[in-house]
Structures are given as structure tokens and as C-alpha cells.
Ligand binder design. Structure first.
Ligand code: MN
Length: 477
């Protein structure tokens, strides 16, 4: 039996800050003790002047997968290692079912590739890119496998796209089984219409990526998804990568009516402007993501929603590419680019900086990056908090430290950073996974294959479903 004491620090939780010593035993948080009293452990860590946070949870990553025919730059090993350098100790990655593929075969394939190669703990969501009878028949096996969340795409006709009938059918089955439905809400047919017109006009440059994927297109899809979900018995809905005021308005309306609707945004929507697409092709390609970056007006609304609660989570949507080399001059067409931004390593440092500068409270920072994602996706009580009994996933943060961002220093396998040469307040001091130290002062000091698959249960439902429209039809068994 080995024990570890983390002494003299300030523990951060989603509800506040606490001057306590933490005692860790056999990979779990054993107890909280009065400051300075945890002296009897095998190993004592002095955390004076440090913040002691729960290991951070990133519920939106794309490791070792293929988007628009291009492989993402990080595999399970490099991506999870970069996550740990950035203070994240659990990731939930997307398994892709494309047209004609079998859900369970895809899940088994991803599980096999991830096993023994991850530096931090991990789980999976299942992308359902082909809603048909045989896919729906697999849903109970997803739940049994600890993967009780699916993702549906309203964008990308001809690939992962679901039409309204498919959305309704998948949502209905998900509601019956208590499966969380994650939605990429952009009207793919409307985008195709605008893109075709842009191509006809010879407009292939990067700014057209954003001009053909407007906030209204995101807002319409968000509202429609909520209407369809209500018709389908109201599964818990989770909108990924919310970027616009229009989408936020739809989400806020639904939440005001008491519907179980949740949403995340991502650091790039909080920090980066659509004007980045005006750069040269070589630089601008790195700022292509779906939905596209927006203007300051949208970013202000996202920050407010993060404080007000209509946004529950900040995820990275880590989807890394080295695009400039892949897209030489003859392929310079914005509509052919795989979208995605690398951010698994900088999500926590960016939000910690925001908290230290007073933009959001420290408690809210922990809530949206660790505690709420853990609860919503059924990773608690193991993950997302430092309550006794939880996993001893602990990130020590130094509020007086500094994080310098950029491709020459980061551990993600991209040849660029969209956060080049920023100086952020605060730094990741050390990272522990189930009591074992992985990172210390920017150096890797632990095993690289400690990550385990974490089967998830259905997430915490904060609503009385009996009062919901169509709720009577829902049988949680
Ligand atoms: Mn994504």
C-alpha cells in the first residue's frame, strides 16, 4: 500500500477553492486533511503556492482517424501524451462509422489500436455516419461496451450526413436506451448550395470557407435538431463545437423550457477570429475548422454563455493536420480541405489563463474543463473531481508560471500552431494519473502507456423526464 500526500496547496473544485492537504492511496484520493497535517505518507509533495486541480477531461478529440481522406497528425500515443503535457488526464475520442460500415467493427478496431498505447485514460463516442436498421440494432451493444453516446452529423452530405428521417430514427432509439446524442449542427445541404455557387464564381480562397458556412446555417440546424429531438422522445442532446450567437440562442431557448440540452464550445471559437482566413494560403489553411471561426461579437456571446451556464463544457475538438504540405497550389480549393484545429495541449492553459485574468472564476474553469464533462458523459465519480474515492488524477498548476505556446515547443504532431507565440499566465507544474506522476515541469517523467479504457455509464440526467413532452414513452430500462 503506497500513499502520497500533496501538502500545502490550494485545491480547486467546481464549487470553490480549499486550503487542504490531499492524501492519495493506491491510485485513489483517500482523504482531505487539514492544511499541513498530511505528514505520514510514503511520499510528500510540497504544493505550496500551487493550485491542485482534478485531472482535466477532454470529451472531444479525433486521434488516429481520417477526415476528408486525410489522416489526423496525432495517433493515440502522441495525442494522449500531448494531452498530459497540457494537464488533461482523460480523453473521449470519436470512433467513425462511415457509410456502409458496421458500428461494432469500427469500435473494436479503435479499441484495438488504442489499447496499450495511450498515455492517459480514454473512452469513446460512436459517430453514427450511416443510420439504418442494422446500425440502430447495434445501439444496445454500445451501451454495454461503455460507449453510451453517439454523434450525428447534419453536415457533410454524401459522407457522415443524416437527413431528418435518419436523425429522428436515431434520436428515438437513443431516447429509449438513455444514450446521449451529440450533434454537429450545420445545415449541410445549405452549405453545399452556397459552396457550389462559390465554385461557379471561381471563389476558391479561404475566406469563402466561412462565407459558405454562416451563423444562420448553424442556428437553423441547432433549432431543427431540438425540434426533432422533442418529436423523438427527447434524448439528452449535446451540441458539439458551438460557435455562434444564433446557435446559442436556440440552445438557451430550449434550456429555458427545461429540455435536457447541453453544449460545448472550443478554445479556438473563444480566442481566434475569422480574419485569420485572410492570411496567405500556407498560413490560413491552419485556421480551417467546421463550423468556421467567427467575429468578436460571437466570441463575446460565447464567453457570456460560459459564465451564464448555457455552455457547459470547453472541449478541444483536437483534429490536427499538417495541411500546407498536403495542399499544393493545384489543390487550392477551400471546399476540399479537411477541417480541424490542434488544441489538445493548449485547452487547459488557455482557460487557466482566462481564469487567472478574472475572465471566468477558477471554479468555473474547473467545472467546464473537468467536472461537467465528466458528469455529463458518465465518467464520475472516478474522473473530474478530487472527492475522496475518485481517481487520483491530479494536475498541479502554477499560477505564477508562464506558458509560451508554439510549434517549436508543443508535443502535438502538427507543423504549426494556431496559438503561435502567446505568453499565457499560469503553467502546468505536474500531472498525475491514478497517483502516478507523468509530467513534471515540462518533462515527461512517467510511463507512456498507463492509459486505460474507461467504460462510461449513462451520464447524470439533471432533469425530471416525466415532465417532458414525450417523456412517458421513455423507458430507461
Ligand atoms: Mn470534432
Amino acid at each position: 500500500m503506497t500513499t502520497l500526500a500533496i501538502r500545502g496547496g490550494t485545491v480547486l473544485t467546481a464549487s470553490g477553492t480549499h486550503a487542504v492537504d490531499l492524501v492519495v492511496r493506491d491510485g485513489l484520493v483517500d482523504s482531505w486533511r487539514a492544511p499541513g497535517t498530511a505528514t505520514d505518507a510514503d511520499e510528500v509533495i510540497d504544493a505550496t503556492d500551487l493550485h491542485v486541480a482534478p485531472g482535466f477531461v477532454d470529451v472531444h478529440t479525433h486521434l488516429e482517424t481520417v477526415v476528408a481522406g486525410v489522416s489526423t497528425a496525432d495517433d493515440f500515443a502522441s495525442g494522449t501524451r500531448a494531452a498530459a503535457f497540457g494537464g488533461t488526464t482523460t480523453v473521449v475520442d470519436f470512433v467513425r462509422q462511415g457509410p456502409g460500415e458496421d458500428l461494432i467493427e469500427r469500435l473494436d478496431d479503435a479499441s484495438g489500436r488504442a489499447r496499450g498505447r495511450c498515455a492517459v485514460d480514454y473512452g469513446f463516442h460512436q459517430i453514427v455516419g450511416d443510420v439504418r436498421d442494422s446500425s440502430l440494432a447495434r445501439f444496445p451493444r454500445l451501451v454495454a461496451a461503455g460507449v453510451p453516446s453517439i454523434k450525428l452529423f447534419m453536415a457533410f452530405p454524401g459522407d457522415l450526413y443524416s437527413d431528418d428521417t435518419q436523425l429522428l430514427r436515431a434520436m428515438r432509439r437513443a431516447a429509449e436506451l438513455g444514450i446521449m446524442v451529440m450533434v454537429h449542427a450545420e445545415n449541410g445541404l445549405a452549405m453545399e448550395f452556397l459552396r457550389e455557387r462559390a465554385r461557379e464564381g471561381g471563389h476558391l480562397s479561404l475566406p469563402w470557407h466561412a462565407r459558405t458556412a454562416t451563423p444562420a446555417i448553424e442556428g437553423e440546424a441547432t433549432r431543427r435538431a431540438i425540434v426533432l429531438a422533442e418529436l423523438a422522445g427527447m434524448p439528452t442532446l449535446y451540441f458539439v463545437h458551438v460557435s455562434s450567437a444564433e446557435a446559442l440562442d436556440a440552445i438557451a431557448d430550449a434550456r429555458r423550457r427545461g429540455l435536457p440540452v447541453f453544449a460545448e464550445t472550443c478554445p479556438h471559437y473563444l480566442y481566434l477570429d475569422v480574419a485569420e482566413l485572410d492570411r496567405s494560403w500556407e498560413e490560413g489553411v491552419n485556421f480551417v475548422c467546421a463550423p468556421p471561426l467567427r467575429t468578436q461579437e460571437h466570441r463575446d456571446r460565447l464567453w457570456w454563455a460560459l459564465s451564464a451556464g448555457d455552455l457547459s463544457v470547453v472541449s478541444s475538438d483536437h483534429c490536427p493536420f499538417c495541411r500546407s504540405t498536403l495542399f499544393p497550389p493545384e489543390r487550392r480549393d477551400f471546399s476540399k480541405l479537411p477541417g480541424g484545429i490542434a488544441g489538445i495541449e493548449y485547452r487547459v492553459p488557455l482557460l487557466y489563463d482566462a481564469a487567472l485574468r478574472g475572465r471566468i472564476p477558477l471554479s468555473r474553469f474547473v467545472d467546464v474543463t473537468a467536472t461537467s464533462p465528466s458528469r455529463l458523459f458518465g465518467l464520475d465519480p472516478g474522473k473530474g473531481s478530487l472527492a475522496p474515492g475518485s481517481h487520483a488524477d491530479i494536475t498541479l498548476l502554477d499560477p505564477r508560471g508562464v506558458t509560451r505556446t508554439g510549434a517549436s515547443d508543443h508535443h502535438m504532431r502538427t507543423d504549426h500552431s494556431v496559438y503561435e507565440s502567446l505568453t499565457l499566465s499560469g503553467s502546468v507544474h505536474a500531472v498525475y494519473l491514478r497517483g502516478q506522476r507523468l509530467v513534471h515541469k515540462g518533462r515527461w517523467v512517467g510511463p507512456e502507456d498507463l492509459g486505460r479504457f474507461i467504460p462510461r455509464r449513462q451520464g447524470t440526467d439533471l432533469y425530471d423526464r416525466r415532465s417532458l413532452p414525450g417523456g412517458d414513452a421513455v423507458d430507461p430500462a
